[in-house]
Design a binder for this molecule. Sequence first.
Ligand SMILES: CC(C)(COP(=O)(O)OP(=O)(O)OC[C@H]1O[C@@H](n2cnc3c(N)ncnc32)[C@H](O)[C@@H]1OP(=O)(O)O)[C@@H](O)C(=O)NCCC(=O)NCCS
Length: 168
Amino acid sequence: MATLPLAELPPPLGVSIRDFASISPKERPAVGDKVAKLERKIFPSSESFDYDIELKKKNIGVILAFKEFDSETLIAYLVYQRMKRIVWLHKLCVVESERQKGIGRCLIHALYRQMKSRGGESIQLWVDEHRKPARALYDSCGFQQVELRSDYYAAGRAGLKMQLSIVR
Ligand SMILES: CC(C)(COP(=O)(O)OP(=O)(O)OC[C@H]1O[C@@H](n2cnc3c(N)ncnc32)[C@H](O)[C@@H]1OP(=O)(O)O)[C@@H](O)C(=O)NCCC(=O)NCCS
């Protein structure tokens, strides 16, 4: 299984990373709305989560990226689900204007560090074979393809299963 090549990765300049769990219960609905809004903009409706439901589940986590000194402006998020020692990376999204600045990689690294400290064994995900930037990002983080399923997302849209082992 592949391993993450990076030891430490600070957020890119001007970006602050926060865990959804660290946000006060009062503020959570507004932040959840921002995640849902960004998701609707980036992903087809068939792939959108219902965050009113998802964010209440105990094993779902979200790591957020905001503009530094501007906690109102959400620029990226990563949604994951813990299943015993495996964590599924379900969603990763960076607003278009902030792409290719290292934010996606930084969110994956934040997830990796969290899972390492909690005894996780691997991060797994499915990605649409046509999502080239996402595949390049996962490759650059050390994920390896372990399975290909035709028509996984829709007719003609295969899914690739990728995984990254967490090294102790
Ligand atoms: C995929 C996505 C999250 C990447 O986020 P990002 O912040 O732009 O990625 P990073 O800047 O951290 O890129 C890290 C590495 O990924 C690769 N990469 C990222 N975007 C790339 C692109 N458009 N073309 C080629 N390689 C790319 C590069 O290897 C890059 O490393 P480098 O800059 O040192 O060359 C972003 O493009 C996105 O939100 N896309 C739409 C939603 C999506 O497809 N999500 C994933 C499926 S759930």
